[in-house]
Design a protein around this ligand. Sequence first.
Ligand SMILES: NC(=O)c1ccc[n+]([C@@H]2O[C@H](COP(=O)([O-])OP(=O)(O)OC[C@H]3O[C@@H](n4cnc5c(N)ncnc54)[C@H](O)[C@@H]3O)[C@@H](O)[C@H]2O)c1
Length: 407
Amino acid sequence: MTHKLGVAIVGCGFMGRRHMLGFNALHKAGKLEGEVVALLDINRETANKLAEETFELMGVRPKVYTSLNELLQDSAVEAIDIVTDPRTHHTIAIQAMEAGRHVLCEKPLSLTIKTGQMMVAAAERTGMTLATAENYRRGGANRVARAVLESGMLGKLHLMVELWAGGDDSIIISKWRHMKDTGAIGLDMSIHYADIIEYYVGPVERVWGRGIIAEPVRYTQDRSESIIPTGEDSLFASMQTTDGIDVQYTYLPSGLGKRYQQRSLHGTKGSMTVPPDRSDGETVVHLGDRELKGEELIKELAALGTHVNINEVTKAVLGPDGTGGKGAAWADVDAGYLAVEIADFIDAIKNKGAPEVDGMGGLRALAIVYAILESGIAQREVSVAEVLSGKLHAYQDEIDAAMERKK
Ligand SMILES: NC(=O)c1ccc[n+]([C@@H]2O[C@H](COP(=O)([O-])OP(=O)(O)OC[C@H]3O[C@@H](n4cnc5c(N)ncnc54)[C@H](O)[C@@H]3O)[C@@H](O)[C@H]2O)c1
């Protein structure tokens, strides 16, 4: 029997539970090359609850820890999956890598560029694998869209539009997602889209944009409680890639009425629209009057000799087209995407390869988001390089200082 990599989930809240369901999706499909051997949360109750559910689903009860020091004494733990709130990512990851553990870390890789650079440096120093959990790109519609771009079907590419506009004044998932010092929702969501943008059109070079707090007061669903956000909920930007492609970016989860979502690519020979992530929609290509989607699009890509990256694990957890299929439950599709990223991480460790999104991949996405926010306060176009290198950091200083104080 091949060795199953021992993994500990660190942070057993909203997303920690979803990660466990990702492990379970692999388990059900017979594709789990690892085992959830331990759970860590500063709240024992939270970890105990997840341990119980893990046992019910996978028949093995992980050990429960409330201290990272103790977890790292456990030799069964070979890798950790960090799913805590972003402020804590770098300290947990660095300590774990120094203790000889591989790390899969939820996005955003870290809360600032400075702390992210420390994580990437720790991975290089220790030789441990550091992967960023970026789930959106793993879905079938994004894989097909990426293949369309690689095929050259759209001709010379001029523009990518990534747009979300519409929402309300409710607290989005949790209070910490509205505070600058803990990772506000504008950053939390834009990280996903920054990863998608580079996945589609390559490195972003220049950014002109800004962030705003569109809803100055946010309320619980029953409106009995309210908070005053300190972090931006909305980001707007115009970007250019090193290949000279323009990107128009908007994330505005505010404004009652219809919500608009658009991911589209525009080239000299055609255009492409991509459905919302984790939906059962299809990627559709328009070449003049000709519309291509589904099987026909896959055949066209094959005829052009373009590979679509829907691997065996993806097929096993999300079906042959990697979308989960028409009408699939959102939770199953979500677990499928997470399963694909977890399998990729385990595979990178076992086969001494690189994960699809490594530490630098996560750090680049963070640099794009901070380039938008830094541009807003510097009131000029900024380069991703000056943010990534740590030269431009005025917006982030307050966050770094707050993390320093909380040490
Ligand atoms: N990829 C996605 O689609 C997606 C979706 C939601 C959340 N996330 C990411 O997942 C991470 C967690 O988000 P969440 O919504 O689950 O947050 P959450 O607040 O629900 O859960 C965080 C958990 O971490 C625990 N925790 C905090 N500090 C800890 C520490 N030092 N050691 C151990 N446990 C600690 C908390 O007690 C809590 O149970 C964030 O980085 C978030 O951006 C990603």
